[in-house]
Design a protein around this ligand. Sequence first.
Ligand code: NAD
Length: 291
Amino acid sequence: MQILDGIAVSAHIKSQIKQETEKLKAEKGKTPHLAAILVGHNPASEAYVGNKVRTCEELGFGSTLLRFEDSITEAQLLEEIKKLNADDKIDGILVQLPLPKHISDNAVINAIDPGKDVDGFHPITQGKMLLGQPSFLPATPYGILLMLEHYNINTAGMHCVVIGRSNIVGTPMTVLMSRNAQPGNATVTICHSKTKDLAAITKTADIIIAAIGRPRFVTADMVKEGAIVIDVGINRIDDATRKSGSRLVGDVDYDNVAPKCSYITPVPKGVGPMTICGLMKNTLEAAKEHV
Ligand code: NAD
């Protein structure tokens, strides 16, 4: 069993991004710049955005963090996005989800200039991805592809079972794993909350990609010997042995599943850092387009 090490792979990819950024600055006088919007005070969202802003600094990118209270209206938020769309300095815009209930995710995502849609959530971005046209890839699926690529895992002909059908992870993951590319060329099955006898399906999987949001949901009896397991889930559970009283676990029962796997991502330090890499690679590409 080999651990797919998100920290090591992301360090490698970040050093490449850093070099390319220095070149872009020296040759074209262009510094990639990411704008992040954070609404409210959700602790997980604060941590994710803080990480993204810190990574910008580490890579030599510029960054702008716009913070708003939960009371901001949808119209006001759309106005802020309009300003970022019009600002030539800004190459990428990300709006940290979830948003408060009174604001429509779709309205906000649709308002982002597709040329600055570095999270890859806009319908135009996802439409292009679906058709195999050049586009930003949604950051988490992109990060997973980068991980598979880094470890030279040949996914052609494999049976890939994706659990979860969200617009930001599960659904785009199925598109990318089935396209005629490497990584890709897999035979893909998508499972979700209405799937019958999930275990019977996952047991046939060469690759399982779990994006469910349920702690340790994928158990050892659901996984065949030698499978590759990619755990996207980030779930906080109580843990009295920790000073904080809690810890993060994935959607996979790691301790029991890992011994059966050929490769597995841990949580944390697996897919999470790769998502940030996907975002940063998209931002660099956006900056190159904006020279
Ligand atoms: P979501 O809530 O939008 O979607 C969850 C999916 O799981 C749904 O499509 C649902 O059909 C499926 N599901 C729920 N219960 C199920 C069941 N019993 N059996 C089979 N399928 C079931 O979630 P999301 O935004 O895709 O995120 C999933 C998880 O990944 C969350 O824990 C989230 O925090 C995490 N996440 C991590 C990263 C990262 O960078 N590591 C990025 C995005 C999301």
